[in-house]
Ligand binder design. Structure first.
Ligand code: B12
Length: 282
């Protein structure tokens, strides 16, 4: 068991300093309002974070009654990095209670938290272990939110999505899949590191195929993508093959790797897959 970091205080002391019950202080930690980390069985808090929690020092919401989106994202990010699923879910629930729809939870809360974690890692401020721990919790949040995207009714058609061979990122297609399901599309998500042949075989096995989506997060794989897309395209006939994700930064690059379309904003991504120009298949 590690030693508490110098200067940090226990939750009991937090409760004393705030003049609240121990369980109230604990709730602040679990719902992400108060950053804390665990040493053995004990939560430790930096007094600077405690000062920021005091009413006088609290951030003013952007709009009266509206939760501050950045603040909520920061709270979620802290819980992800602490590996605290219950606390992270608490943040998601409080955003839901404040009116956020499931798609908004993914696009304005979970994805931005992950993007920020990625940027912090790239800047050398987080270790890869932190990123792994946060991703594991994010996977569980996405899984818990999954059923809320499924509605009864006729599907517009099927899309097959997955990450390009060699790309280990699984969350982008999991989240993209839910956004598309929420728009009445049937989604087959092949997950990370999918061979081109698996895209082809799956595409041949589904009803009313509308489009294929290849996700590329790691730009180190970009050289292989044009050949990959050619193989997929040769196997799926006239169906559009879209390439997107963190490594596909603009339209020109999308075209260069052989994509039929480009979109980066969530609403445009959904529109790209649900585009009427592919409705001939129905
Ligand atoms: C979690 C994570 C990991 C985890 C993945 C675990 C898992 N099970 O998924 C682990 C630790 C394994 C990992 C590994 C690596 N990672 Co990483 N990772 C991330 C991180 C933090 C989050 C990814 C994520 O889930 N994002 C959330 C999703 C929802 O966002 P999104 O991908 O942008 O998707 C949205 C849109 O792009 C779009 N979209 C997604 N797919 C598609 C497809 C189509 C067709 C379309 C139209 C749109 C679309 O819709 C989504 C919803 O809006 C990102 C940071 C980031 N900016 O995303 C880095 C990031 C993607 N990783 C990065 C890197 C460099 C790596 C490594 C190379 C690091 C290394 N040296 O080992 C390895 C690569 C391993 C490999 N071969 O794949 C870089 C990539 C930079 C680049 N473009 O090349 C990023 C951007 C971090 C950074 N800022 O530098 N990573």
């Amino acid at each position: 068991m590690g030693e508490p970091a110098a200067g940090t205080i226990s939750l009991r002391e937090v409760a004393d300093r705030l003049g609240v019950h121990y369980m109230t202080a604990y709730r602040y930690v679990r719902n992400g309002r108060l950053p804390a980390h665990k040493v053995g069985d004990e939560w430790r808090v930096d007094p600077a974070d405690l000062a920021a929690l005091r009413p006088g020092a609290r951030r003013t919401p952007a709009r009266r009654g509206a939760p501050d989106r950045d603040e909520t994202r920061r709270r979620l990010e802290a819980r992800l990095l602490a590996g605290d699923e219950a606390g992270a879910w608490g943040v998601v629930e409080s955003a839901t209670a404040a009116g956020a729809a499931p798609a908004e939870l993914l696009t304005t809360l979970v994805a931005p938290a992950l993007h920020h974690i990625g940027a912090q890692w790239a800047a050398g401020r987080l270790a890869v272990a932190d990123e792994h721990r946060a991703t594991a919790v994010a996977h569980r949040l996405v899984a818990r939110l999954g059923p809320s995207f499924v509605r009864p009714g006729r599907r517009r058609g099927t899309v097959v999505i997955g990450s390009v061979a060699g790309d280990r990122h699984a969350l982008p297609t999991a989240m993209l899949g839910d956004l598309l399901r929420g728009e009445m599309l049937e989604v087959v998500d092949l997950g990370p590191d999918t061979p081109a042949e698996s895209f082809v075989a799956t595409a041949a096995s589904v009803d009313r195929l509308l489009a294929v989506g290849v996700c590329v997060s790691d730009s180190g794989l970009l050289d292989d993508v044009p050949e990959f897309v050619r193989t997929v395209r040769a196997g799926v006939g006239d169906v559009p093959v879209h390439v997107g994700g963190a490594a596909i930064t603009d339209e020109a690059l999308a075209a260069r790797v052989g994509s039929d379309g480009f979109a980066s904003e969530p609403a445009d991504v959904v529109a790209l897959f649900a585009s009427p120009r592919v409705s001939v298949l129905d």
